[in-house]
Design a protein around this ligand. Structure first.
Ligand code: 9MR
Length: 490
């Protein structure tokens, strides 16, 4: 059973509850959601806050925020200084946002959202479809009416925040704790396709948000639950179900301990063509070494886009202050774990601005899981993206790369880059060499004429700043190919 939405943070379930966690996300292409990768500097200019230090390698460092604490100046001072990604701890959950069917309430969600953006931070949305923290009316539904209620809820919340959320935890904690299959729940009993329906609904509701699956106990690569989620993500990518990211909640404790195969887990998910985020990190006992290990594992994988800790001070944690799980003590002092995370972030090599890190074979799992995925990163991404002629000043250029491929299909990404002047509207064009076709495309509007494909910007990503870039993606039928892409702008 779950802890209700109105539970106090310290109110927690027995152990299974302690092992719950949440999701991750990715950087939106929206202007409102800018990539941290733009921040870079000399490698030896150590940053003095977590957010600035993470930004040096194009990542974010976030925290969960509780609306009830926004009046606590020690809390907001630390949060504002250190973090640049914000997750509402409870205020965007189902019971908070739709307490009565069809009546949405965004009062507290908006308080957190507004505090975040007014302080220059991005926001992760948490969470749209979950077996817990459902309002009473939803708990009593089943079958097609519950399915419809889930769809309506996703549409209602995502339309309110349309274009404003970098990553949405679309589905949270849908897998069983031990057997690698789905968790039984009222949502699961509406049919096994409920998760993909949630993702398709979410993509249509806000194409700019990166859509994440979020869960706890999927950190250890050898665990059946990890493999279950991995197989679902692989299946979704192969069938064009829109999923952009996986969130490893990463609530670590003695029974769900950090394992050195964590890096393998992160790189294996990334190799499927999704971003990975650490979404609810806390470590009972607060080991500085374990915090450093977690940070270094994320830094080792280009598509590990950021880390969120699940609270600011120990006294803010759902686990209770006596477990010492976070980076600041209950008086707001930096702990040894804080220093180890900051040092690890500062030691990471800076990256050049790149909104869409590519996946390289070096990210392939170096360890075999005990339950080896049936299909592993033999679907390696293309290392030679196509090049288009260099852009004239004021124009644009575009490249295509293969993100993933499988027998009879593939997934690709096109990066559109502005020249030395901003671009307001763009069109890219290419010709398929061998009968390929697009099955699903996002972040653009396509027109197909035989083997020729033209994609115009979507309503929300036509404006690119000088030297900046944006991406569109698609899944295709046939053999992966990277034809040259031309780009024009008015
Ligand atoms: O920290 C949240 C706590 O305040 C709530 O009472 C609880 C209700 O279920 O949810 C906690 O956050 C959870 C998150 O939403 C999902 N993963 C596990 C987190 C800790 O339980």
């Amino acid at each position: 059973m779950g802890v209700r939405a109105n539970s106090r943070p310290g109110t927690r379930q027995p152990f299974t509850g302690m092992r719950r966690a949440l999701a991750v996300g990715a950087l939106s292409v929206l202007g409102a959601v800018t990539a941290f990768a733009a921040v870079s500097g000399p490698a030896d200019a150590a940053a003095s806050t977590l957010g600035a230090a993470a930004a040096q390698s194009g990542r974010y460092f976030g925290t969960a925020i509780s609306a009830s604490k926004l009046g606590d100046s020690q809390y907001t001072t630390i949060a504002n200084r250190e973090f640049n990604m914000i997750t509402a701890e409870n205020e965007m959950k189902i019971d908070a946002t739709e307490p009565n069917r069809g009546q949405f309430n965004f009062t507290n969600g908006d308080r957190i959202y507004n505090w975040a953006v007014q302080n220059g931070k991005q926001v992760r949305g948490h969470t749209l479809a979950w077996h817990q923290q459902q309002p009473g009316w939803m708990q009593s539904l089943s079958g097609s009416s519950l399915r419809q209620a889930m769809i309506d809820h996703i549409n209602g919340v995502m339309s309110h925040y349309k274009g404003k959320i970098a990553y949405w935890d679309v589905v949270n904690e849908a897998f069983d704790d031990s057997n690698g299959g789905r968790r039984d729940s009222n949502l699961q009993r509406t049919g096994n396709d409920w998760i993909e329906v949630a993702f398709r609904t979410a993509r249509a509701a806000d194409p700019a948000a990166k859509l994440c699956y979020n869960d706890y106990n999927i950190d250890n690569w050898s665990w059946a639950k990890t493999q279950g989620v991995y197989n679902m993500v692989r299946d979704f990518k192969s069938r064009g179900v829109p999923i952009d990211c996986v969130g490893l909640q990463s609530h670590f404790n003695s029974q769900s301990a950090y394992n050195s195969n964590y890096r393998t887990t992160i790189s294996s998910f990334a190799a499927l063509g999704v971003d990975v985020a650490i979404t609810e990190l806390d470590i009972q006992g607060g080991s500085a070494q374990t915090y450093a290990n977690v940070t270094n594992d994320c830094l080792a994988v280009p598509r590990c886009v950021g880390i969120t800790v699940w609270g600011v001070r120990d006294s803010d944690s759902w686990l209770g202050a006596n477990t010492s799980p976070l980076l600041f003590d209950s008086s707001g002092n930096k702990k040894a774990a804080y220093t180890s995370v900051l040092n690890a972030l500062n030691a990471a090599p800076p990256v050049s601005p790149s909104p869409s890190p590519s996946v390289s074979p070096s990210q392939s799992p170096s360890q075999s899981p005990s339950q080896s995925p049936s299909q592993s990163p033999s679907q390696s991404p293309s290392q030679s993206p196509s090049q288009s002629p260099s852009a004239e000043p004021g124009g644009c250029s575009a490249t295509m790369r293969t993100v993933n491929s499988w027998p009879g299909g593939f997934q690709s990404e096109v990066t559109v880059t502005a020249g030395s002047a901003p671009v307001n509207g763009w069109t890219v064009n290419w010709t398929w060499p061998g009968g390929q076709s697009i099955s699903s495309l996002w972040n653009g509007q396509q027109t197909v004429s035989g083997s020729n494909v033209t994609v115009r910007n979507a309503p929300y990503n036509g404006s690119i700043s000088a030297g900046g870039s944006t991406t569109l993606g698609f899944t295709g039928n046939g053999s992966a190919a990277t034809p040259s892409v031309t780009c024009t702008s008015p």
